[in-house]
Design a protein around this ligand. Structure first.
Ligand code: FPP
Length: 249
């Protein structure tokens, strides 16, 4: 049983290491992705069970198009299959599915499936599950800028009214809790064009574990690490916890 610690409201994960997991077992890369889907399922269930409000998973980046065509195709098939297999459970668990990213370039059949799944779960009041698909943070920020510019052209807002809150309102995570914790598995220490705006004050946690091996215990470790962080948001220690400082804590 987990001790009661400060639980982050919004957690994002860069699920890296599927290919290396497979290679270390002399299996094809695709078997790493398949195993990765199982980890996704367990992680979603666990995150919802411990009260995380939003979970954002990087499933396919805009840069992933550069992979061999066969791998891209298989990844989309796997995603499509995952939606078919997991939708009923997501719905039963009151999870609201949200897909973020540029869907215009995705295969039509996958988009239809996504739309149906998002529709089915849109009134659910439990955890928000954001799947980033053909997502890139620079694309997201450029889209937000475009939306604001169009608002100006249409006379709905004045350029001088554009501020952080308005820009944030145009992001794919608008209205959700601020990102508290960003986890990357697989040993790399990069954001890879993921949630660049949202990560402004997030705690960054890097694990060497390959995504298929990431489990509840590993997530607990990341959550305990998060709970031990002093989050100052640019303030001083004294401002954050005056009593603790006075008491020498
Ligand atoms: C990174 O591993 C992983 C991906 C590019 C795909 C992530 C996708 C899944 C886990 C499956 C589908 C997801 C959902 C939400 C059902 P990599 O291939 O870059 O690994 P490597 O760095 O070891 O080569």
């Amino acid at each position: 049983m987990r001790e009661k610690l400060q639980t982050p409201r919004h957690v994002a994960i860069i699920m890296d290491g599927n290919g290396r997991w497979a290679k270390s077992r002399r299996k094809p890369r695709f078997s790493g992705h398949k195993q990765g889907v199982k980890t996704v399922r367990r992680t979603v269930e666990y995150a919802a069970s411990i009260g995380i409000e939003s979970l954002t998973l990087y499933a396919f980046s805009s840069e992933n198009w550069g992979r061999p065509e066969a791998e891209v195709k298989l990844l989309f098939e796997l995603l499509s299959l995952s939606i078919s297999e997991q939708l009923a459970d997501l719905h039963k668990n009151n999870i609201m599915l949200n897909v973020i990213g540029d869907q215009t370039a995705l295969p039509g059949r996958l988009v239809k499936k996504i739309v149906r799944a998002v529709d089915l779960t849109q009134h659910n009041t439990g955890m928000k599950l954001n799947i980033a698909l053909n997502y890139g943070a620079r694309w997201e920020l450029a889209s937000a800028a475009k939306e604001l510019a169009l608002g100006c052209v249409r006379g709905e807002i004045k350029p001088e009214q554009i501020d952080e809150a308005r820009l944030e309102g145009c992001l794919s995570t608008a209205g959700q809790a601020e990102l508290d914790l960003l986890i990357r598995t697989g040993g790399e220490h990069r954001l890879s064009n993921f949630l660049l705006w949202q990560a402004a004050y997030a705690e960054l946690y890097f694990s060497d574990t390959y995504w298929p091996d990431f489990n509840e215990a590993e997530l607990d470790e990341a959550l305990s690490w998060f709970a031990s962080r002093k989050r100052r948001f640019g303030k001083t220690d004294e401002q954050i916890s005056p009593q603790a400082i006075k008491a020498g804590g």
